[in-house]
Design a protein around this ligand. Structure first.
Ligand code: 5GP
Length: 131
């Protein structure tokens, strides 16, 4: 059965997309730890990021680097934090988080639910900066 993230990349489940190519897909985390929190995934299903082949892993992180550059331009922040957790969704993904303070990367605090219009606006801003 397809993972929820595969279904998002296929457009079967709606998401706030920020970037895509033939192999990778980036979209807003539905419950961000900070506004502009993005998830980057390979379209190929692999549950654990460190099981990707070397070349896939390299391409994936380089794609995430380009997405991070777009998030950094679009969102007011000092820099972009990056982390891998994967305890909730068994489909490899990289979290990119606009940071103003270290606390913006604290996954233990209650996560946010932003209004749909704000999510749409953030996604459009990031997408416009993606090169
Ligand atoms: P992790 O697997 O890294 O522990 O966490 C998965 C992340 O995916 C969480 O931050 C959660 O908010 C996000 N997430 C889970 N389901 C969905 C979904 O259906 N859509 C989106 N956009 N994000 C999701």
């Amino acid at each position: 059965m397809a993972t929820i993230f595969s279904r998002i990349a296929a457009g079967e489940i709606p998401s706030y997309k920020v970037a895509e190519n033939d192999k990778f897909f980036a979209f807003l985390d539905i419950n961000p730890v900070a506004p502009g929190h993005v998830l980057v995934i390979p379209k190929k299903e692999e549950s654990y990021i460190f099981n990707l082949e070397d070349n896939e892993y390299a391409e994936f992180t380089l794609f995430a680097k380009r997405v991070a550059a777009a998030v950094e331009k679009a969102m007011p922040c000092k820099r972009i934090g990056v982390c891998v957790i994967g305890l909730e969704v068994p489909h490899a993904h990289i979290h990119l988080i606009p940071l103003r303070t270290e606390a913006d990367m604290d996954f233990r605090k209650p996560k946010m639910t932003l209004p749909a219009e704000e999510m749409q606006e953030i996604a459009a801003k990031i997408a416009a900066e993606f090169k």
